[in-house]
Design a protein around this ligand. Sequence first.
Ligand SMILES: C[S@@+](CC[C@H](N)C(=O)[O-])C[C@H]1O[C@@H](n2cnc3c(N)ncnc32)[C@H](O)[C@@H]1O
Length: 303
Amino acid sequence: MSEALPQHLHSAAYFGEQRDFWWNHDYVALLARRLALDAVIDALDVGCGVGHWGRVLLPHMPRATLIGVDRERAWVAEAAARAAPFAPRATYRVGDASALPFDDASFDLVTCQTVLIHVPDVPAVLREMMRVLRPGGLLLAAEPNNLADAMNVGSARHLAPVDDRLAVVRLQMVCERGKIALGEGDNSVGEVLPGLVAAAGFAEVTCWLSDRAQMLVAPYAAPDQAAMRDDALTHYDNGHCIWSRDDTLRYYLAGGGLADGFERAWSLARDAQRADVEALRAGTYHTAGGGVQHVVAARRPQR
Ligand SMILES: C[S@@+](CC[C@H](N)C(=O)[O-])C[C@H]1O[C@@H](n2cnc3c(N)ncnc32)[C@H](O)[C@@H]1O
């Protein structure tokens, strides 16, 4: 695994160590049973990043060969390095979700995690996924409603003034609208994904929720909690608050935010983040966690 990931590339700020702890493995085993993943032979992981999702799924697909595609060449190389324990079952190549570099009906599983939240045209990507799936093949998409997370603040701000809490939610909502307007995706698309999947012509559409709560309780000693704490501190120290300041400003303006309101909105959000970080450093912060990750499954119709 490379030491430092190139931070200017897509999603780099979200590839911290905490991502290794996104799933409860007994829950993934349950999903695998529900969806008969043990029968999968040819799998495609669209927007694979550095391969976290594929590495979660592969142990549950003992017969499968998985190909990951991503637009970023550096992620493809990193994913291949990290998947070495699965070689030769996992390979990676450069490709675009809206024009997948595969023949029709090549796969019996097409999957993605936190990718549809970044694409400008979800129906177009779903059509591509349908095209490369075999008749009866499985679509499995894990996509969040990130706005729901804005209401999950933890102990430091649980009883903060209503207006202070709403100001941070409002900033996130305006920015999410701006991200959509700029063609960079809908960060909360999970909320409407089953309907989009059905509208794209998939059959047997089902939706579950990940059961992973991401609890934090001092002393944050378990590896998952230590990774979440460290990532939160790194984000804060890097000036990153959901997004970088530059991206937040871009999204805010594109979402209809007024330029002269940005400094106040950003500093309220940073103040809120600082309250969490100071409590984390003091060991007084705690949260049940949250995050709403939708798990949407569907099949390409047989005909
Ligand atoms: C948040 S990351 C998710 C990575 C991986 N699926 C995971 O969950 O760890 C989003 C990934 O989608 C990739 N991506 C965004 N738009 C894409 C597109 N149109 N085609 C292929 N990859 C894309 C980005 O480069 C990035 O690696």
